[in-house]
Ligand binder design. Structure first.
Ligand code: KG4
Ligand code: ZN
Length: 342
C-alpha cells in the first residue's frame, strides 16, 4: 500500500494565500501555484478576513486551472481532490472547500479534507530528505496562527506535546514588527532588521523555560509577555524613527528563538527522536534554523522557503498518506480545526 501511485489535486485557502497544487505519490510536485494576498492586506497591517475570502472567490478558478495546466494532467488523471478543512479563517476555508466539493461532484473524484497543521508537517516529504525520514519525528510547527510541538510516531499518528498559551510565534513577530514600524508581515522584516542589530543590547524575558514535570507547563509556550516587554521598551522612544529598531528586533528575535530551541531540544531528548522537523512560516527564520542546528544532535530538517509558508503542495502530500490508508470524506465535509490525534 505504501507504494500506491497517486495523482492528487490539492487546494488550500485557509488564510491569505489562494493555492492549488498537483502532487504525485505524496512526494513529487507536478505543480504548485500560490496567489498571495500579502500586498492586499499590508495596508491593514494584518489579514482582513472579509477581504481575504472575497479575493479567494475571485482567483480560485484561475489558480486551480493553472495548477492543472502546469501539471499537464486532465481531471480524469486524478485519484482524488484534497482540500484544507481547518484550522483557518472560516470564510476563506469555505471557498476552497466549495471548490473541492464542486470538482469532486462534477469530475466524480474522491474528496479528502486535510488538517492545515498536518499539511505543514508533510511539507518535509516534498524535500530531498524524504527518503531519509525515520520515526519518531518531533515537529515544531511555527506560523502566524500556530506554535506547536507535535511528536509523530508514524504516518497519521500524532501526540501534542505543547502549544502556545497565548500568541503564536509568527503573531508575536508580526505584532512586534508593527510596533517597531516595520513593514507587514513582521517576521521576515525582523529577521532582516536583526542582522544589523545586537541581540544583547536588550535582554527580553524567556517565558516558561522550565520543562520539568514540577513546573507543569511542560512544552507549552507563551509569547505575550515577551511582546509586552518589547512594547514597554519601545514606548520609551517618541517615534519609531528614534527607536534602535535593529537592536530591539534582534533582542526580541533572540528571546523568541531561544524559547523555541530550548523547548524543542528538551522534548527531542525526552522522546529520543530520530529528527526534528520545523515547518510553518516562522521556519523561514534564519536565526531559528541555525540555532536549532547548533543545539541539536539529531538531524534538523526545514523545508525550502516556498514550502515553509502556506501552500497547497503540502496539503497534497498529507492527502496522499491519508488516501493510501483508505481515508475518504463525503460531501458532508465541513470546516474543522481539530488535528486527529491517535
Ligand atoms: O505558515 P504561514 O505562511 O501562515 C500561517 O499559517 O500562519 O506563516 C506566516 C507567518 C507570519 O507570521 C510571518 O511573519 C512568519 O510566518 N514568517 C517569519 C519569517 N517569514 C515568515 N517569521 C520569522 N522570520 C521569518 N523569516
Ligand atoms: Zn500555515
Amino acid at each position: 500500500m505504501e507504494d500506491q501511485n497517486t495523482r492528487i489535486l490539492a487546494i488550500e485557502t485557509s488564510c491569505d494565500e489562494t493555492a492549488a497544487a498537483v502532487i504525485a505519490d505524496g512526494t513529487s510536485i507536478l505543480s504548485n501555484v500560490v496567489a498571495s494576498q500579502v500586498e492586499l492586506h499590508a495596508r491593514y497591517g494584518g489579514v482582513f478576513p472579509e477581504v481575504a475570502s472575497r479575493r479567494h472567490v475571485e482567483v480560485i478558478h484561475a489558480v486551480v486551472e493553472e495548477a492543472m495546466r502546469q501539471a499537464h494532467l486532465g481531471f480524469d488523471d486524478l485519484d482524488c481532490v484534497a482540500v484544507t478543512r481547518g484550522p483557518g479563517l472560516v470564510g476563506s476555508l469555505l471557498v476552497g472547500m466549495n471548490m473541492a466539493k464542486g470538482l469532486a461532484v462534477s469530475r466524480d473524484l474522491p474528496l479528502l479534507g486535510i488538517n492545515h497543521i498536518e499539511g505543514h508537517i508533510y511539507s518535509l516529504w516534498l524535500t530531498e530528505d524524504a527518503p531519509h525520514i525515520r520515526f519518531p519525528v518531533l515537529n515544531l510547527i511555527v506560523s502566524g496562527g500556530h506554535t506547536e510541538l507535535i511528536l509523530m510516531t508514524d504516518h497519521g499518528r500524532y501526540q501534542m506535546l505543547g502549544a502556545t498559551l497565548d500568541d503564536a510565534a509568527g503573531e508575536a513577530f508580526d505584532k512586534v514588527g508593527r510596533l517597531l514600524g516595520l513593514p507587514y508581515p513582521g517576521g521576515p522584516a525582523i529577521d532582516k532588521a536583526s542582522e544589523l542589530g545586537s541581540a544583547t543590547t536588550f535582554r527580553f524575558p524567556r517565558a516558561l523555560m522550565d520543562t520539568s514535570v514540577e513546573a507543569s507547563h511542560g512544552y507549552n509556550f507563551s509569547f505575550s509577555g515577551l511582546k509586552t516587554a518589547v512594547m514597554r521598551q519601545a514606548s520609551q522612544y517618541h517615534s519609531t524613527e528614534s527607536m534602535p529598531v535593529a537592536d530591539l528586533a534582534a533582542g526580541f528575535q533572540a528571546a523568541a528563538v531561544e524559547t523555541l530551541v530550548e523547548k524543542t531540544a528538551a522534548a527531542a531528548a525526552e522522546y529520543n527522536v530520530a529528527a526534528v522537523h520545523i515547518a510553518g512560516g516562522v521556519s523561514a527564520n534564519r536565526a531559528l534554523r541555525s540555532a536549532m542546528r547548533a543545539r541539536l544532535e539529531v538531524p534538523v530538517r526545514v523545508p525550502p522557503l516556498a514550502l515553509c509558508t502556506d501552500n497547497a503542495a503540502m496539503i497534497g502530500a498529507a492527502a496522499h498518506f491519508n488516501f493510501i490508508r483508505g481515508r475518504r470524506d463525503t460531501l458532508d465535509l465541513d470546516v474543522t480545526p481539530n488535528l486527529q490525534l491517535v
